[in-house]
Write a protein that binds this ligand. Structure first.
Ligand SMILES: Nc1ncnc2c1ncn2[C@@H]1O[C@H](COP(=O)(O)OP(=O)(O)OP(=O)(O)O)[C@@H](O)[C@H]1O
Length: 839
């Protein structure tokens, strides 16, 4: 610990002096931290702590008269004072640094890595004064402060997840950069979120401590001991800064006001003291004019090079409503929804702190996001495009990205993919611009597929192999992939925590497939949604497919929610919200929803089309089976997708195909009838819409040209009769469909048959009941699949045992025949071989 340094002053060392205020016009005040005259002082160290200065009675009277204006006593506004204090502190920190430079002492303010061991412990200890959270004892020793644990306890997060347990100590105690890879839904957000929140709590605490030690002026402190301390302080805290910011709150407003003149007022209309007449009346020095006449004690401290970045930059920016506050952490994500979600997770964890989190994403009003940034949130969660836009526009809060204390990149492998997020490269360059600050930044790089690697494409392998002396292209190793990520992000010695298993997917995920033709995909999807209602996310490879399915399944009465990149952002978020709220909801999405989204209780993920990459499969599937819950993923695969899926599963180290999801074939006739009818309705409605559009265009043209055309003169394609016919047809079919939809899909007295992987039908599915009993239809899809797999295994065992019995019987028979001399033995070989030959 660095000892507080003092500027000594005797009790009688402070005197009012006259100064020529013309020297202190606003434009000359840049870099001015304070004015005082000290008659006896010596700077003994780096940290300048202020002690209250006794105010003259005259001052007190002045203040009283200012406060009691027109007979109305004005109460101080505590909120304001807090704000004032913050700005004061910033200034004081700067002054402190200047002072420390002067005495060639190291800056005491930084939290150095070696101090960080105390960081978590310190905070923890402080908060331990609160009721200890017994149920949270599993978190002991990880460094998570009590104030965050309390919020986690509210969420019943009684245990840390594995990735959290492994990354929190090195991140919090060792301040190590972290490269983290763990399965989807394993709690990676908090694995980087908690160290960031903890660090910010600590940074704010340090700031507060220095504020408490350094600012509390006499008239605020009611404590006589404090006053005595101040007066008798031999080696104690001097009044350097006290004078620099004047000796009471009101006066210090003046300094704040001066700065605020430059930066304007807070968006919410919170007080801009400099322009507030009420505030002016409260005390001296509330604006530059108040430097007129005498100041209590004056010392000019000029040529100050403010190290605090905001103050220097605010002046040159147009974002005049910005309240300067430090930006401590930036979290980057590939999608807007994920950014919103991460900010929500952090807010929940930080709910007992005063840490503010803001989202900066495309698709939402820039002005609103600027307004939020103007409040100076400590944490910004952003997508690269909008963030870069605002950085380029010069938003003062974001101009601090080169002095960040924490940087997290979620879904890093996706973010750094070639051709994606060009802005990310520029942002990283900007963030890494400040070489001096780089080591102070802690970095977090996370993804479920961080260490997943691929074979190079076949054409690359072939091409390379052909060149003389050139080794064929090899698969990138996980280590090479990590090295490349480290280089791009600017990490040197991160702690690597990779706990992904070889399957690549979440442990509680059950996987299955349905092989069918392209036309049948709609049937099987409808079947699945009807047969296994539950929150289901359906992924498509294209926006077009999402749109088509959305229309078709709306006609079928399924109320699906579409989500793709060409929708308005508000609609995207709304649909996501609706999906989250409906336990049987269906979300039809492109890969925009594949990564990171933590939607509670998603039971099923259907890949309507085979994802293009193994990562795509892992992340899409990872929207279910999260946080140790069960989940099912079903791949609908048509013949043309087989090669893609084989490659994909090879990357995941699988050599056998997925089990087939059991489909009750008895349902399929009515499923097909409904879906086909709905397709016809869809087609007719589309036709009707087209005709309508064409009519609209044609009518407009006719009107513009001032023509009069009768229906007979219209070309057939514009015939209103034709259009009406289409509409009528659509309406009739819709009626038919409505009748169908009103009937139960399950035929009465059905029996059940399911296709196997080979496409042949086998009978048993449900234990002890053929046809299935009522209860079996209440099983979840996962249970149905598991049961089917078990039944198939049992059936296989049964068939093998029957085979073996038959073989034994045959063998016995043969032996008997040989013994009886009726037939010569054919083979003494394997049973099967013998069987084959004999058969
Ligand atoms: N310690 C914990 N105990 C219980 N639940 C937790 C804990 N930590 C996180 N969770 C919950 O687990 C769920 C998944 O967490 P999170 O979204 O962070 O997963 P992730 O690993 O980032 O997944 P993805 O790879 O899909 O992005 C969330 O609902 C989160 O609130």
């Amino acid at each position: 610990m660095v000892k507080p340094r003092v500027i000594k002053s005797g009790k009688s060392g402070w005197k009012p002096v006259s100064i020529d205020t013309s020297a202190f016009t606003p434009t000359d005040l840049q870099g001015l931290a304070g004015i005082e005259e000290l008659t006896d002082y010596s700077i003994k160290g780096t940290r300048v702590s202020k002690k209250p200065v006794r105010k003259s009675d005259k001052d007190k009277n002045d203040k009283t008269s200012a406060q009691v204006k027109n007979g109305v006593e004005k109460k101080k506004k505590p909120k304001r004072r807090r704000k004032k204090k913050k700005v004061k502190t910033l200034l004081k920190e700067s002054a402190t640094e200047v002072s420390s430079e002067a005495t060639e002492d190291p800056s005491p303010v930084e939290i150095q890595p070696e101090d960080s061991a105390h960081c978590g412990a310190d905070v923890h200890q402080q908060d331990d004064s609160d009721e200890p959270l017994l149920q949270m004892s599993s978190w002991n020793g990880l460094g998570v402060p009590q104030i965050l644990l309390r919020a986690l306890a509210d969420k019943s997060f009684t245990y840390p997840t594995k990735i959290q347990a492994l990354t929190l100590p090195p991140a919090i105690f060792g301040r190590r950069d972290i490269l983290g890879a763990a399965e989807t839904g394993s709690g990676k957000t908090l694995a980087f979120g908690l160290p960031i929140l903890n660090g910010i709590i600590q940074l704010k605490k340090d700031k507060l401590k220095s504020e408490e030690v350094e600012i509390v002026p006499e008239e605020i402190s009611e404590n006589d001991d404090d006053k005595d301390d101040c007066n008798n302080e031999e080696s104690g805290d001097g009044n350097f800064e006290e004078c620099a910011f004047s000796d009471n709150d009101e006066e210090s407003d003046g300094n704040e006001g001066s700065i605020k003149d430059d930066i304007g007022s807070d968006e919410d209309g919170e007080s801009d003291h400099s322009n507030d007449p009420e505030n002016d009346s409260e005390g001296e020095g509330s604006n530059y004019d108040d430097f007129n006449g005498t100041a209590q004690c004056v010392k000019v401290v000029d040529n100050i090079d403010f190290n605090f970045p905001i103050l220097g930059k605010v002046k040159s920016t147009s974002k005049s409503r910005y309240t300067p506050k430090p930006l401590y952490a930036l979290i980057l994500t590939p999608t807007r929804e994920l950014a919103v979600q991460i900010s929500q997770h952090l807010k929940v964890a930080a709910k007992y702190t005063d840490i503010a989190v803001s989202v900066v994403v495309g698709g939402l009003a820039v002005q609103k996001q600027e307004r939020l940034l103007n409040r100076g949130p400590e944490i910004v969660v952003a997508t690269p495009g909008r963030l870069w836009e605002l950085i380029q526009e010069g938003h003062p809060h974001l101009s601090q990205v080169d002095t960040l204390r924490y940087l997290a990149i979620d879904e890093t492998d996706r973010m750094l993919e070639k051709g994606h997020f060009e802005e990310l490269q520029k942002i990283l360059e900007k963030i890494n611009e400040n070489d001096a600050h780089k080591p102070k930044r802690q970095n977090f790089v996370f993804s479920a597929t961080l260490t997943m690697t691929h074979e190079p494409p076949r054409y690359v392998m072939k091409k390379n192999g052909k060149k003389k002396g050139q080794a064929p292209a090899a698969r990138f190793t996980p280590a090479q992939k990590l090295a490349s990520i480290m280089k791009t992000v600017g990490l040197t010695d991160p702690k690597i925590v990779d706990i992904t298993d070889s399957s690549g997917v979440a442990q509680k995920l059950t996987e299955a497939q349905i092989v069918c033709s392209f036309e049948e995909k709609d049937h099987y999807l409808y079947y699945f949604l009807q047969r296994h209602p539950g929150r289901t996310l359906v992924f498509c490879n294209s926006i077009e497919a999402v749109r088509r399915l959305s229309q078709l399944f709306t006609i079928l009465g399924c109320t699906p929610w579409p989500l793709h990149a060409k929708m308005h952002q508000k609609q995207r978020l709304k649909n996501l919200e609706r999906f989250c709220a409906d336990p049987k909801g269906v979300l039809l999405a492109t890969d925009v929803a594949a990564r990171g989204l933590d939607i509670p209780n998603v039971q099923h993920v259907i890949h309507y089309q085979t994802p293009r990459t193994a990562e795509g499969y892992v992340h899409r599937s990872g929207r279910t089976a999260r946080a140790q819950q069960e989940g099912l993923t079903v791949l609908l695969m048509e013949p043309s997708e087989v090669s893609t899926s084989t490659r994909l599963f090879r990357t995941l180290g699988r050599d056998s195909s997925l089990p087939t999801f059991p489909v009750d074939t008895q349902w399929m006739a009515s499923v097909k009838q409904r879906v086909d009818l709905a397709r016809r309705v869809d087609k007719l409605e589309l036709q009707a819409r087209r005709v309508n559009t064409e009519h609209g265009w044609f009518d407009k043209l006719v009107k513009e040209m001032d023509l009069e055309i009768s229906d007979d003169e219209l070309p057939t394609s514009y015939s209103r009769d034709g259009a009406n016919k289409v509409k009528k047809q659509a309406t009739a079919l819709k009626k038919q469909l409505t009748v169908l939809l009103s009937k139960p899909l399950i035929p009465k007295g059905f029996s059940s048959k399911y296709p196997t992987q080979t496409g042949k039908l086998v009978v048993p599915l449900f234990p002890g009941s053929i046809p299935p009993n009522k209860e079996s239809y209440q099983q979840s899809a996962v249970q149905v699949l598991k049961q089917s797999v078990e039944d198939q295994k049992a059936l296989k065992r049964k068939i093998n045992s029957e085979k073996s019995k038959r073989n034994k019987r045959k063998k016995r028979l043969r032996k008997q025949e040989v013994a009886e001399g009726t037939e010569a033995p054919e083979s003494s070989g394997e049973e099967d071989g013998g069987e084959d030959k004999s058969e």
